[in-house]
Design a protein around this ligand. Sequence first.
Ligand SMILES: CC(C)(COP(=O)(O)OP(=O)(O)OC[C@H]1O[C@@H](n2cnc3c(N)ncnc32)[C@H](O)[C@@H]1OP(=O)(O)O)[C@@H](O)C(=O)NCCC(=O)NCCS
Length: 389
Amino acid sequence: MIIRSVPPEERPTVSLPIQQYAFSATPGPSFPYDARYHRDNAVLAAYDGDRVLACATRIPMTQNVRGGILRMAAVAGVAAVPDARRGGHVRALLDRQLADAAAEGFAVSTLYPFRTSFYERFGYVSFPEPARVSIDPASLAPLLRADLPGEVTWHPVADAYDDLRDLHARLQRTTHGVALRPDYSAEWVRDGNESWAAVARVAGEVVGALLYRITGHHGELSGGPLLAVDPTARALLLSFLARHVDQVDAVTLTPHPDERPELWSTDIAVTGTVRSTPTDVFAPMARVLSVPALAGIGVGAGDVTVAVDDPLTGGTWRLGSDGGALVVRPSDAEPEATLTGHGLSALVYGVLDPAELAVRGFAPSLPADVADRLRTLFPKATPWLVENF
Ligand SMILES: CC(C)(COP(=O)(O)OP(=O)(O)OC[C@H]1O[C@@H](n2cnc3c(N)ncnc32)[C@H](O)[C@@H]1OP(=O)(O)O)[C@@H](O)C(=O)NCCC(=O)NCCS
């Protein structure tokens, strides 16, 4: 087996047929492929002679990690032809993609897993899953009487595209975990124009947005991530949704995982669903690719020397705080604790408390006093990826 980079002009015949077989109804019409939206993706394929056995794609994005905007490698399109599965080809491709990404200066990587145990082998840890929330629009009526500043307008997504990108970038600057694709990759949303966009403004400034579709009369208003800079922006969007009371039976959307929708309005009728099975997973996973590239992200106080056991982030590191900014140094000192790559990633993203690392097998050695100091340096946080890929 050899691994080759697949240039854009070869993707329709090399990687796309495998992805189509793996991810869609098949046989069926070919995936639409427009090279404009995939320009800087890195696609690798595993070959046996001329035969393509497996492929994996890396999409360059950025991500807010504890306030720092870092380069993020989004991994997607991971698939092997059926007779070559369990042959180690995907292992080789992913190892290469992650090593290439680290060498190119990407600090972190995320993906949407089909099964968490598969990607745990590659050092990824799970994010909390944002609940899918279903609301009875009649129960939002009180918000129509609320004295809210600002207004909501609705548009075909193509007409609101620039405002949506600006808002997404603004939220990325302030919200842990939020990823953003490059413009060329995001433009398919505008060009496809398959959603409505509700846009909330206060004093002319865009403060919130929701992309949605309506399935039919007395059907569902199905929204995406609820993007809102503050509770006023969120309430403006909910009051817009309330106006659909005689049109749809349910409004569904995905708020930030820290949100408590049951507190959004008195007598609100809302159900939140988090569903995860071994083969039906909705939460993304993430991993650190480079420890030095984390320098400067926002942390608490103190410092700790940890040994990390991981092919990419392995070594002994002194992790400290300089006025709340992470300082990273390779160290020759005796480590105070040992972490797997997952353990390090879980702390950096704030998704697991240090006490949970031992339970999950991500910290073979973590004394209680060191766990306390790691908890102070990496306080718990809730990442929200927002980008879907
Ligand atoms: C998922 C898929 C890509 C795996 O490919 P594969 O060729 O079987 O992978 P490999 O043989 O390289 O195995 C890689 C590692 O994962 C393990 N593994 C394979 N399938 C697994 C599974 N279903 N669950 C957990 N681990 C698994 C292997 O044992 C191997 O472990 P190791 O390298 O640590 O020893 C392949 O089954 C496929 O194309 N499925 C359909 C498309 C799909 O679901 N893609 C994933 C999208 S997120």
